[in-house]
Every structure is written in structure tokens, then in C-alpha cells.
Design a protein around this ligand. Structure first.
Ligand code: UDP
Length: 467
């Protein structure tokens, strides 16, 4: 008699429709597939439609055979951009999303592909109502932000940290003492972003239903806060969700990382970097969402030009109009290259890159850590402010620009930071720290490392519960 075929656990991985959310969740999915799980990655119809044409093709033709499915946010033609406001978008999505997720789980069951576990983005916490209450299957919350920031937001959710802020300094368990201005910006400007603040605060409202809480970070990077949170959550650190083969600088194709919502200028970037001296280029990017003001764009342009360094600057299409005319007219493509989007991992792992001037989005921060690239922190909003504090003062792998009393970062500050990293003695110390973190990141995902072990435990428990 033949052996009964073993049940392979099927996880549905549901990502909030944004670049910084989908990338780590896809990378995590690949690690689960490597360990024999069946994975279906889900986001919204509108999101998949906005990714570049090769994205879906590259996922479904990926050697690891990643299945892709959709739910609806109520705006299948256009997503958030088609809604009147984020608040209205959220309200619609939160109504339509659970219903369409439920339909999807039923459809998959009908196709002989039943779902055993839903791993949902913390933003889409309502997926746990569907998984646990409606289908009685397993559920995990996946946080795409660092544990430091999750803990701060959790304190706000629990009202252990009262808003509006009234203290000048805050002591939150597991974290260094933080000035009010070092907390995520939503804690002091939440009135300007009620929709986002609401989503962020409510990430925790279903945490009691979660069988696991998965965080895209690694133990060694945030050990104190992880230890504290592990006492109250079923927490597992499983990051950095950055392809581990890049940690060895053995580059694979760009399609091996996440998805892309913008067309990349792969060849032009890499060709341009190829003949630059080792460690000489400042890579400048502010991620996929936030944009600089026109005035700030001009100061940055002056800062880069006057520092006389090589620079590769990503200015998304929607922000290109802010680039000053004089800069474009005097553009010296030998010294600086401006692109609308780039293959960030290929850039960060390129030997020519000496530092990363970043908005400190969590993925960009982890990517800099993974490749040991020293950073110039220029945070704009949300968790970026707290990430910048950690980069400079806790991990000591970067410097931070200063803003003047109007909030503008002047060209002098940008120039000084570039000099400090690329030319000063302190810059060498920072580079060494960046390399130290790189090694720890690599150890954590290598066989037997902290994140690797956590993933092994997660998969084993899942197999046990689903058998
Ligand atoms: N990214 C990219 N090309 C670019 C700029 C960014 O591929 O030119 C990727 C980057 O590697 C990261 C993501 O976009 O994975 C941005 O995420 P992050 O959390 O840093 O910032 P967000 O976009 O969420 O503000």
C-alpha cells in the first residue's frame, strides 16, 4: 500500500497594497515555500494592476511558484488614488475587503486548495476575524515595522501613552529614552493624518486572536524590546526579509526581490555605477510614498552639487517637476545621475556606493543594514523619525541631518553629513558599525540563526496544528 500523501500546509499571505508592505511579505513567503509550505500571496485587484507588467509574470514564473490572488478594496480601478480621501478609502476597504477575502478562502477550498493559515499585514487586522471567527483556521499578524515602533504604537493603543503628548521625554519599555520629537510623527501630527493614524493604532485590536505575531526585524537588532514584547505577544522575529543571497553579494536577477510599482532604470543605474570608484557614490532615495517639498528638493540639489560627490538620486516621476531648472541645465551626468526609480538592492550592493541618504523607511533601513551601507538619515514622517534615532544613536551606523527652525534641512547640513561619512575618521567608525550589523543580520537568517530558528519553529508548529 502506498503511503498516504502528507498534508502540505497552505498559508494565505495578505499584504496591504503598498510597496513597503508587499516586498517583505513576498520575501517571507519565499522562505516559507523553501521549507515546503504552499503559499498564496494576496493583495488588492487595484494594487496588482499598478505593479509593473513584469511583476505578476515574474512571481508566477518564479522557480518557487508563488500563487497570486486578489481581494477587493472597493476601488478595483485605481485603488487609493481613485478614492476621495484615505478615510473614505479605508472605510470602503474595511467593508469590502473582509467579504472578498471570505469569498477567496471559500473559492480556494472549492478548488481543493483549502487555506490552513492566514498571515495578514497588521494594517489588515480584520483578516483575523475572517480566519478565526468565520473559518476557524489559524491566523498570524505580520508587522512590517520595527518592534520599537510597534511597541510605541501599542502603548498608544492601550492608552499607556496618552495623547496629546505632554512630556518632553518618554521612557517606553525596551527602548532608549526618547524625546517627544523622536517618537513617530503621527503621535504629534495625527490630526493631519486621521486615516493613517487610525489604521496604525488599530493594528493591535485583534492581537489577542493571533496564533503568532511575526515581525520583520531580527532579535540581535532589537533584543530588549523584543524580550519585552515576547512576554505579552506570541512574537517571532523572522527578518530581515531581504533576500539572503544578497547578503553574500552574490547577485541574482532584480526580479528576485518583491514587486515593483514603478519601472526601474536597471541598466542605466548599474552601468553608471560600474565605472565609479569604490565607496564614492551617495545613493539618495526617499522611498515609494513620501515626497520632498520644492524648497527641500532645491536645498538637496545644492547640497549634492556643492559637496562635489558622485550621487545617484531617485526622484519619482510625480516629483520630477520639483527639481530646479538650474540643476537640470547644469546637469553633469558624469557626477550625478537622477532616475525615477531604481533596483535598490542592486544599487546598495554595488561596490561604488559609499553611503545611503535615506528617508529611513523600515525596508530601506533594513536593506542598508543587510548590506552594511552607512546611512545619512533624513526622516520625513511616521516611524522614519524613530528609525533615524536608532540608526544614529543606538546602532551607530549613520549620521542624521539637522533641520532648521522651519523644518528645512539646509544644504550645509547635507554637505557636512556626506563629508562626515565619506571622508572623516568618525565615518570609518560608522562604516565598521554598519559592517558589524551586516554580519549580525546575515547570522540571523543563516541556518541556525535567530530568525531562521523562529521560522523553523513556526513551520513545525503549523505542520503539527494542520496535520
Ligand atoms: N525601492 C526600490 N527602488 C527605489 C526606491 C525604493 O526598489 O528607487 C524599494 C526599496 O528597496 C524598499 C521599498 O522600495 O524595499 C521602500 O520601502 P521603505 O519601507 O523603505 O519605504 P516606503 O516606500 O514604505 O516609504
Amino acid at each position: 500500500m502506498g503511503e498516504e500523501s502528507k498534508h502540505v500546509a497552505h498559508c494565505l499571505v495578505l499584504a496591504y497594497p503598498a510597496q513597503g508592505h508587499i516586498n517583505p511579505m513576498i520575501e517571507f513567503s519565499k522562505r516559507l515555500i523553501q521549507r515546503g509550505l504552499k503559499i498564496t500571496v494576496v493583495s488588492t485587484v487595484s494594487f496588482w494592476n499598478t505593479t509593473t507588467p513584469h511583476t505578476l509574470k515574474s512571481l508566477s514564473s518564479h522557480p518557487q511558484n508563488i500563487q497570486v490572488e486578489s481581494i477587493s478594496d472597493g476601488y478595483d480601478n485605481g485603488g487609493l488614488a481613485a478614492a476621495e480621501s484615505l478615510e473614505i478609502y479605508k472605510e470602503t476597504f474595511w467593508k469590502v475587503g473582509p467579504r472578498t477575502l471570505s469569498n477567496l478562502i471559500q473559492k480556494l477550498a472549492g478548488n481543493n486548495n483549502p487555506v490552513d493559515c492566514v498571515i495578514c499585514d497588521g494594517f489588515l487586522y480584520w483578516a483575523l476575524d475572517v480566519a478565526k471567527d468565520e473559518f476557524g483556521i489559524l491566523g498570524a499578524l505580520f508587522f512590517t515595522q520595527p518592534c520599537a515602533v510597534n511597541n510605541i504604537y501599542f502603548h498608544v493603543y492601550k492608552k499607556w501613552l496618552e495623547l496629546p503628548l505632554s512630556e518632553s521625554e518618554y521612557l517606553i519599555p525596551g527602548l532608549p529614552k526618547l524625546a517627544a520629537s523622536e517618537l513617530p510623527s503621527f503621535l504629534y501630527d495625527y490630526g493631519s493624518y486621521p486615516g493613517y493614524f487610525d489604521i496604525i493604532r488599530n493594528q493591535f485590536c485583534n492581537i489577542h486572536k493571533a496564533d503568532w505575531v511575526l515581525a520583520n526585524t531580527f532579535y540581535e537588532l532589537e533584543s530588549q524590546v523584543v524580550n519585552w514584547l515576547k512576554e505579552i505577544w506570541p512574537l517571532k522575529t523572522i527578518g530581515p526579509c531581504v533576500p539572503s543571497m544578497y547578503l553574500d553579494k552574490r547577485l541574482l536577477h532584480d526580479n528576485d526581490y518583491g514587486v515593483s510599482i514603478y519601472d526601474q532604470n536597471i541598466d542605466s543605474c548599474i552601468k553608471w555605477l560600474n565605472d565609479k570608484p569604490k565607496g564614492s557614490v551617495v545613493y539618495v532615495s526617499f522611498g515609494s510614498m513620501a515626497g520632498l517639498t520644492e524648497k527641500q528638493t532645491e536645498e538637496l540639489a545644492f547640497g549634492l552639487k556643492e559637496s562635489d560627490c558622485y550621487f545617484l538620486w531617485v526622484v519619482r516621476d510625480c516629483d520630477q517637476v520639483k527639481i530646479p531648472k538650474w540643476f537640470l541645465e547644469t546637469d553633469d551626468s558624469e557626477k550625478g545621475l537622477v532616475v525615477t526609480w531604481c533596483p535598490q538592492l542592486l544599487v546598495l550592493t554595488h561596490d561604488a556606493v559609499g553611503c545611503f541618504l535615506t528617508h529611513c523607511g523600515w525596508n530601506s533601513t533594513l536593506e542598508a543594514i543587510c548590506f552594511g551601507v552607512p546611512t545619512i538619515a533624513m526622516p520625513l514622517w511616521t516611524d522614519q523619525i524613530t528609525n533615524a534615532k536608532h540608526i544614529k544613536d543606538v546602532w551607530k551606523m549613520g549620521v542624521r541631518v539637522d533641520a532648521d527652525e522651519t523644518g528645512l534641512v539646509r544644504r550645509e547640513s547635507i554637505g557636512n553629513c556626506i563629508k562626515e561619512i565619506l571622508e572623516s575618521e568618525k565615518g570609518n567608525e560608522i562604516k565598521n558599525n554598519a559592517l558589524k550589523w551586516r554580519n549580525l543580520a546575515k547570522d540571523s537568517v543563516d541556518e541556525g540563526g535567530s530568525s531562521d530558528q523562529n521560522i523553523t519553529e513556526f513551520v513545525a508548529k503549523l505542520a503539527q496544528l494542520c496535520s
